[in-house]
Design a protein around this ligand. Structure first.
Ligand code: NAD
Ligand code: UD1
Length: 337
């Protein structure tokens, strides 16, 4: 199958491109490089042994998208492109609606114009809002607490309307829990600009000595050790989930929301301990106040993915930490050389 990956040079897109290429799909990456670098293309060629076609473009450019879909005879699109920082979305909501919602509208227009009707969308567990029960299954009510989350909800609803309007659409909204880790080669991984917002990249930078200590946001949650609990999922498991979603859509029409998580929750202190074990480094931390907007615990019911996609996460917490550390180390070496 020929598959276009919008946001394909980013963290999750680049890992997914490896999995799809290794399965024999022709993958084309489309990205405006606003939060990634084309240097990743060399790494992808190194891992897969072949060059991966890349088009530099914005998803709001429907014309270029249409040309790209036609030129590469694309059969399906995986739509990763978008902005994803919760705090920034509160400060710049218009940017989030423009990139995420407007970007998806131009993508849908371009796809419709060339009759490409298979779409996998990067959604998020953030669409469940404050959990009313755990684990979170796909029937849990949805809500949004910030513009980032609201943009994801709007897109999911828009895709649902499109699928209802034309039975030829095949759409999967994959609700990711907390993606972490890196490809086993250590060549690609998550490389956030500036101070990381998310836990795992922050821990990795503390272990590497780039930051003095981790601030643990609250130890008074109603969880086993008082710190926040999340469902961390290895990015390579997540990438394989996309391949499974494409296979599912090849035999199913309509709109589907599917969790991609492990079903297991780990606390912040579990993560610190696991990272220390995997890296052999100390991760000093201090307890500080809760972060506004955080929930105590959030983890998936992964049953639907297992039944519909025949997919489940198989990698362990140690795999997540060890691969993150390997990538962190390789980054340091490449900066020095
Ligand atoms: P990322 O920032 O590494 O990748 C997104 C890519 O999209 C980047 O390469 C960026 O340059 C590109 N992009 C942004 N706006 C664009 C535009 N207008 N036109 C073309 N390209 C554009 O992020 P990621 O972690 O790989 O996330 C991929 C998707 O998954 C995003 O939609 C994100 O919201 C969603 N998601 C991520 C997480 C997570 O924790 N990483 C969790 C849930 C959902
Ligand atoms: C965050 C986003 C969420 C997004 C998800 C993607 C917020 C409020 N939520 O979720 O919308 O879908 O990323 O992965 O930004 N923590 C610390 N110290 C840190 C960083 C985090 O203690 O320096 C704690 C948090 O309080 C939380 C856990 O670590 O309990 C995980 O945090 P993070 O990695 O930011 O992910 P989420 O908050 O789950």
């Amino acid at each position: 199958m020929n598959v276009l990956l919008t946001g394909g040079t980013g963290y999750i897109g680049s890992h997914t491109s490896v999995v799809l290429t290794e399965l024999g799909h022709l993958v084309v990456l489309y990205d405006n490089l606003s939060n990634s670098s084309d240097l990743v293309l060399h790494k992808l060629a190194q891992i897969t042994g072949q060059p991966i076609p890349f088009v530099k473009g914005d998803v709001r450019d429907a014309e270029l998208l249409t040309e790209t879909l036609a030129a590469y005879r694309i059969d399906a699109v995986i739509h990763f492109a978008g902005l994803k920082a919760v705090g920034e979305s509160v400060e710049k909501p218009a940017d989030y609606y423009a990139n995420n919602v407007q970007g998806t509208i131009s993508l849908l227009q371009a796809m419709r114009s060339v009759q490409v009707k298979t779409l996998v969308f990067s959604s998020s567990a953030t669409v469940y809002g404050e959990p009313q029960y755990l684990p979170l299954d796909e029937s849990h009510p949805t809500s949004a607490t910030n513009p980032y989350g609201r943009s994801k909800l709007h897109i999911e609803e828009m895709l649902n309307d499109m699928a209802a309007s034309d039975p030829a659409w095949r759409m999967a909204c994959l609700r990711y829990f907390n993606p972490v880790g890196a490809h086993e080669s250590g060549l690609i991984g998550e490389n956030p600009n500036g101070v990381p917002n998310n836990l795992m990249p922050y821990i990795a930078q503390v272990a590497a000595g780039q930051r003095a200590e981790l601030s643990v946001f609250g130890d008074d949650y109603p969880t086993a050790d008082g710190t926040g609990v999340r469902d961390y999922i290895h990015v390579m498991d997540l990438a394989e989930g996309h391949a499974a979603a494409l296979a599912f859509l090849s035999v199913t029409t309509g709109w589907h929301a599917i969790n991609l998580g492990t079903g297991k929750g780990y606390s912040v202190l579990d993560m610190v301990q696991a990272f220390e074990n995997a890296s052999g480094q100390q991760v000093p931390y201090k307890i500080v106040a809760r972060r506004a907007g955080d929930v105590a615990a959030c983890y998936a019911d992964p049953k639907k993915a297992s039944e519909a996609l025949n997919w489940r996460a198989t990698r362990t917490l140690d795999d997540m930490c060890a691969s993150t550390w390997r990538f962190q180390q390789s980054q340091r070496l490449s900066v020095k050389s």
